[in-house]
Design a protein around this ligand. Structure first.
Ligand SMILES: [Zn+2]
Length: 470
């Protein structure tokens, strides 16, 4: 089955041919760890997790290397460290902020059913030359200066965009156009307004590393050029991220990597997921519609959030709505109950079904530029076949597992989001209190409310228990 992917650089969908089928290599820009990740941040994590699963399915589990970095040096992190830990030395405060936030991020994306990438390098470990000789930022910057692509000015090292004839190809921006438009904002020390920072000086209070250009810290873009080369080599197969990263971040990654290594490409396929809106509006803290993954997980199981994301093709914009989530919850509940009952079928019964590829149409849908909405439609079809008694029932559960929507040893009650669980327990306690004061109208009302949530109440001499309706 041929895998076809849309490449932002060439603006076409084309057949995917890996450089080395024994080691397919993918890099995705990871989080800057200073605050809880929001649901918009979850989109690339889920999208590229699906691609990672698909590549493993096609090329074999041990033949795909997926690198997703952690940006743990950034001025936003410094600001947060000063705000949250005013009494501590800055470096210590920064470590507290980045470690806490990185742990939160890992827990959040695990709850969304994402596999851990093969490697998750931290930027701060790739600033200076390393004992293992893996590519680092200082060496890359020295190489760029030596090859005439970077210069020192105003206490910074800058990339010279005019030194690269096709700078701007990914985003479709031309240097000439930007010259006029950016006239007002030009920094005096830059040769051209699009020249960007590779290295900047740090004040004694700011985090910094000793470099040939004084004590300072790297610009954001150089981090990804260093970490991708460190684990994937100077050219690799797929580079991914959100649409908002095309310019300037990915444009500048390409410029740095190609000019430092003298290569004609950094990655052969550039993939970008679309934007996410909430209830028809841009998500922002000021509008009060800022949804963190953490908050959503208190109301919904992670699989529901994942399913809700996968209903839309990754390149299309998503409108994240309560209505959509409720629909995803209904679908997931039904699928889940069916999957749990299938998991209980004995092996002898299952062995009667012929052995053959179980969900080829789900895979085929994903092979068409990761058409996850089509893949979901194919899962619905497998479910219908199941319900009508034809076909291998494990085709349905295996397809769910493949998409990260079903796990072994899984129980809906255990997996019910903490917030929902607390809500149920509170209602059960209120109902018990209503019964004790013989307010049966109220206790019936609460029972109905719980039933609407899919919860069944059982009263016995020992007390009241509850479970998820099957
Ligand atoms: Zn990046």
């Amino acid at each position: 089955m041929e895998l076809r992917l849309y490449d932002t650089l060439t603006r076409e969908k084309r057949a995917f041919t890996p450089i080395d089928a024994n080691n397919v290599r993918m890099y995705v820009c990871g989080p800057t760890v200073y605050d809880f990740a929001h649901i918009g941040n979850a989109r690339p994590v889920i999208v590229f997790d699906v691609l990672f699963r698909l590549l493993r399915h096609i090329y074999g589990e041990n033949h795909v290397t997926y690198v997703r970095n952690i940006t743990d040096v950034d001025d936003k992190i410094n600001d947060r460290a000063l705000r949250d830990y005013p009494g501590l030395p800055l470096n210590e405060a920064i470590r507290k902020v980045t470690e806490k936030t990185a742990d939160q991020f890992q827990a959040d994306v695990k709850a969304l059913g994402c596999l851990p990438p093969t490697v998750q390098p931290r930027a701060t470990e790739f600033v200076l030359p390393r004992p293992d000789g893996k590519t680092d930022m200082v060496t890359l910057i020295k190489e760029l200066i030596a090859r005439g692509h970077a210069y020192e000015a105003g206490g910074e090292v800058l990339f010279d965009t005019q030194s690269m004839p096709d700078y701007g190809a990914l985003s479709g921006r031309k240097l000439e156009d930007q010259q006029a438009g950016a006239r007002v904002a030009v920094d005096a020390h830059k040769k051209h307004p699009t020249d960007f920072v590779l290295w900047k000086q740090s004040s004694p209070e700011e985090p910094g590393w000793d470099s040939p250009w004084g004590r300072g810290r790297p610009g954001w873009h150089i981090e990804c050029s260093a970490m991708s080369a460190a684990y994937l080599g100077t050219m690799f197969d797929i580079h991914g991220g959100g649409l908002d990263l095309i310019f300037p971040h990915h444009e500048n990654e390409i410029a740095q990597s190609r000019c430092a290594h003298g290569t004609h490409a950094m990655a052969n396929y550039w993939m970008h997921n679309g934007f996410l809106q909430v209830e028809g509006e841009k998500m922002s803290k000021s509008l009060g519609n800022f949804l963190t993954i953490r908050e959503l997980l208190t109301d919904w199981p992670g699989e529901v959030l994942r399913l809700n994301m996968l209903k839309t093709h990754y390149r299309s914009p998503i409108d994240w709505t309560l209505k959509g989530l409720e629909e995803s919850y209904r679908i997931f509940r039904e699928w889940h109950d069916l999957a749990v009952s299938i998991d209980k079928i004995d092996l002898e019964t299952l062995s009667a079904y012929p052995k053959r590829p179980k969900f080829p149409l789900v895979v085929a849908a994903l092979c068409d530029d990761l058409n996850s909405s089509m893949a979901i439609a194919e899962v619905h079809k497998l479910r219908n076949l199941m319900v009508h008694g034809s076909g291998d029932p494990t085709a349905f559960t295996d397809a769910l597992r493949f998409l990260g929507l079903h796990h072994d040893n899984y129980s809906l009650v255990e997996n019910l989001a903490e917030g929902k669980k607390r809500e149920v327990e509170k209602l059960v306690a209120e109902r018990t209190a209503a019964r004790a004061r013989k307010d049966f109208k109220e206790s019936d009302r609460i029972r109905d409310e719980l039933a609407a949530m899919g919860v069944v109440i059982k009263d016995s001499k020992e007390g009241t228990t509850w479970e998820i309706a099957r």
